[in-house]
Ligand binder design. Structure first.
Ligand code: ZN
Ligand code: ZN
Length: 195
């Protein structure tokens, strides 16, 4: 039995009355997913409406791969925020309007390149709002991790001298903070242990 096929079934239409529950074979089933009726009336999620409006091609336009990518990224951010109880929602349209340069190093990003970063990470009290989201390159995103913007700046110019080989190196932030950034590499670390 389908909701649309045979004539002895009430056809599910776009009417709001159809929302909620209905009884089918003695079981109550959720019909919220049917409330917009036949496939031609299938509900278009808000974010897609936004993208379609932005591109000015009407509601039935096919999303570009970049639009789909932004929808995926926004959705992943929102899911993570919801799980962590972090305030806010971001949309793919907001992401699409971000500048095309990395917010940290300034490199120009082509459509599809780079990623988006919460300037103040959720772990550091940042919210999931567009004002806290920047576009950046993958390298900066990895290096920044959950540092605050000022910690990231501090880390970018940080130089240590290896106590074994004397080379300059950029210590890992967590090790440097813990006062353990004394050697430049695994091999120097091993030498310092057996010295
Ligand atoms: Zn960058
Ligand atoms: Zn070394």
């Amino acid at each position: 039995m389908t909701a649309y096929g045979s004539s002895n079934n009430r056809r599910i239409t776009g009417s709001a009355e159809c929302a909620g529950n209905m009884t089918r074979h003695g079981r109550t089933v959720q019909t919220d997913h049917l409330r917009y009726g036949h496939s031609s009336k299938t509900r278009i999620p808000e974010f897609k409406l936004g993208v379609a409006r932005l591109s000015g091609e009407g509601l039935r336009n096919v999303q570009t791969s970049e639009q789909r990518r932004l929808v995926r990224i926004a959705s992943a951010m929102n899911t993570k925020a919801r799980k962590l109880g972090t305030y806010g929602v971001v949309s793919s349209v907001e992401l699409a309007m971000k500048p095309s340069e990395c917010a940290y190093c300034g490199v120009t990003l082509e459509p599809g390149q780079g990623t988006f970063d919460h300037r103040l990470a959720f772990a550091r009290g940042g919210h999931n709002v567009s004002a806290n989201v920047v576009r950046c390159c993958i390298t900066c995103n990895r290096e920044k991790f959950d540092k605050t913007p000022s910690e990231f700046k501090e880390h970018q110019v940080l130089v240590s001298i290896c106590t074994v080989c004397g080379n300059q190196f950029q210590p890992r932030w967590a090790e440097w903070q813990a006062g353990r950034a004394r050697t430049c590499s695994r091999s120097c670390a091993a030498k310092s242990r057996w010295a």
